[in-house]
Design a binder for this molecule. Structure first.
Ligand code: FAD
Length: 566
């Protein structure tokens, strides 16, 4: 009986299998027509990275004709502007992260692989990846993924400038784990300095915190640490009060050089009042496990004993991007060069955004020169005023950075001509326009117009822009909406990327923040701190993190920061 039952079961299994296989063949037949795939196949977009650029791309993409494969070594998005707050427990690490699988629209098919891309092969349209865990029964960690479109948003890594000892002895502040490590090390330093059997010099060294780099991250960390020490730690470690020292080393002549002069001056004065030792013009040359050596502009060397160093001197290129740049002939650059549509130069269907990419400024300037040449129809070197105005407005429309530059500096020649043109409004008078002179004037713009800053703001705007382009890819194929091509006929499918600067903050501690908003509007003090709270609460990627961050701030107001080392 048992055998009969097994035979019946097997027969049923065979029937089910053959039925399934016929369903599968039917499905296949409707999918392919004589072996040729029909148009219904979804285009595969591979997205590398889950940072600001990647997350905003995912959050915006809203076209079900794509299948998105996200690959990143971390399965969450981290709100980096709050990392300095995580270093001192003002905000908890889990409050600033959101699982990447929660980000993205429901109608877009998305899957995630927790792995690092180690090689990009544009010829075979594949990315090669390595996971931390074994991915098959052999425990192999490598695998490859095909793509139709590749979006590179791998960000950048901390730059050590190859200074000896930095990698081994300094803390970086780039990832959530870095912030957690810094938090433990700060508390460790206080615990170690409280142990018996140490002399005062030794305790002082342990409680000497050095920050290298006077940019926004270094300055914010120094002020957070100052507040943590003075508001919370000195109450718990009263003997340490007179031993703690915070030093900020900056190679340039001022801190916060990308901010308005008023902010720089205020920050330097406030730090001096707070007892933070700001050493300007100090270039670190070597670090060992107990001392940091710096050189001043005058050539003097000094050696400073330290307990902990936080290194925050800017960003460098990731190895996978370096390797890719070599493959495509961009080996001598700092970041992947793209055009203004964020397409990687020299590649098809590959886009790069955020900190790993930069819009090729020199190419932009060549394009501007080409616009002039094109406008100069008879090649006589003269344009009518109306033609000139048209050309200038076309340039300023496409290249807002040039417009900004012209407005702020007033460039000899071009602005004079513009003023003249305005006075003559509507006039058809011809002006002599020497194309060669113009080109050299544009080279001047090239060297002075700043590249887009490496910020979350730029990365997020680029992610949104690119997702919107992907959403409208098919429609715009038929009805292009971009500007007229400089080379070749017709229009570009999309308008080029335009950055809208919304302002920047520099928290300076003691519930004071400096804010520089568009139109060079500067505000410093307690009111800007409230603006900072509201902007950063509103910028959170989810309601969950918004609630967590706000409740962390309230907890800190009521109970202070937690100094347990767990
Ligand atoms: P990231 O956000 O760095 O993301 C890169 C992603 O790529 C990560 O998910 C990473 O895991 C992944 N990745 C790395 N290697 C690989 C690989 N090989 N394969 C696949 N994936 C990979 N900007 C502001 O605008 N305002 C601020 O207030 C501000 N404060 C900051 C404070 C701190 C402490 C820091 C560190 C940065 C701050 N920034 C701020 C800058 C901002 O965080 C960056 O400019 C922004 O993160 C860049 O976004 P991104 O997507 O290019 O790179």
């Amino acid at each position: 009986d048992g055998k009969a039952t097994t035979a019946v079961k097997e027969e049923a299994g065979d029937n089910a299998r053959s039925r399934l296989s016929s369903i599968y063949s039917e499905a296949n037949a409707s999918y392919s027509n004589n072996g040729v795939e029909t148009e219904t196949r979804k285009k595969k977009v591979v997205l590398l990275g889950t940072g600001w650029a990647g997350a905003s791309f995912l959050k915006t993409l809203n076209n079900s004709s794509y299948e998105v494969q996200v690959i990143s070594p971390r399965n969450y998005f981290a709100f980096t502007p709050l990392l300095p707050s995580v270093t001192c427990g003002t905000v908890e690490a889990r409050s600033v992260v959101e699982p990447i699988r929660n980000i993205g629209r429901k109608n877009v098919e998305m899957s995630f692989l927790e792995a690092e891309c180690v090689k990009i092969d544009p010829r075979s349209k594949k990315v090669y990846c390595r996971s931390k865990q074994g991915v098959n029964s052999n425990g192999k960690r490598e695998f490859d993924v095909d793509y139709d479109y590749l979006v590179i948003a791998t960000g950048a890594q901390s730059n050590t400038f190859n200074i000896p000892g930095v990698e081994e002895n300094c803390h970086f502040l780039k990832e959530v784990e870095d912030a957690q490590r810094i938090r433990s090390t700060v508390i460790d330093s206080f615990e170690k300095a409280s142990l018996p059997g140490l002399n005062e010099e030794e305790r002082k060294r342990m409680l000497h915190f050095v920050v290298v780099g006077g940019g926004p991250t270094g300055v914010e960390f120094a002020s957070e640490l100052h507040d943590f020490v003075n508001e919370d730690l000195v109450k718990l470690y009263p003997k340490a009060k007179n031993l703690v020292q915070i030093t900020l080393l900056e190679a340039a002549d001022h801190i916060l050089t990308m901010f308005d002069k008023r902010i720089t001056e205020f920050a330097e004065e406030k730090f001096t009042r707070d007892g933070i030792d700001v050493k300007l013009g100090s270039m670190v040359v070597k670090v060992n496990d107990k001392e940091i050596s710096a050189k001043t502009k005058g050539g003097e060397f000094s050696t400073i004993p330290y307990g902990m160093i936080v290194w925050s001197t800017g960003i460098g290129t990731r190895p996978v991007i370096k390797d890719f740049m070599k493959q495509i002939g961009q080996g001598n650059r700092r970041a992947l060069a793209t055009d203004e549509w964020l397409r990687v130069e020299g590649c098809d269907n590959i886009y790069a955004l955020g900190d790993c990419a930069t819009i090729n400024q020199r190419k932009v300037m060549e394009d501007i020169a080409a616009i002039f040449k094109k406008a100069d129809k008879e090649n006589s070197g003269t344009l009518t005023m109306n033609e000139f105005q048209e050309v200038m407005s076309d340039i300023c429309d496409r290249y807002p950075q040039v417009e900004l530059y012209l407005k702020s500096k007033g460039m000899h020649g071009i602005t004079d001509l513009l003023k003249e043109a305005q006075a003559e409004n509507g006039s058809n008078k011809s002006v002599e326009l020497n194309i060669e002179e113009l080109k050299s004037a544009l080279c001047q713009v090239d060297s002075q117009v700043k590249l887009l800053p490496a910020t979350g703001q730029v990365a997020a705007q680029q992610g949104t822009y690119l997702a919107k382009c992907f959403d409208r890819m098919e429609v715009c194929e038929k009805n292009p909406e971009g500007p007229i091509r400089i080379r070749g006929e017709g229009r570009h499918r999309f308008r080029p990327f335009r950055y809208r600067h919304l302002g920047q903050f520099a928290p300076l501690g003691g519930e004071q923040t400096a804010a520089q908003l568009p139109g060079d509007w500067v505000s410093i003090g307690h009111s800007s701190q409230w603006l900072w709270y509201s902007v950063y609460a509103s910028k959170q990627v989810s309601w969950r993190t918004r609630v967590l961050v706000v409740s962390d701030w309230m907890r800190r107001f009521i109970f202070g920061r937690d100094s347990s080392r767990i």
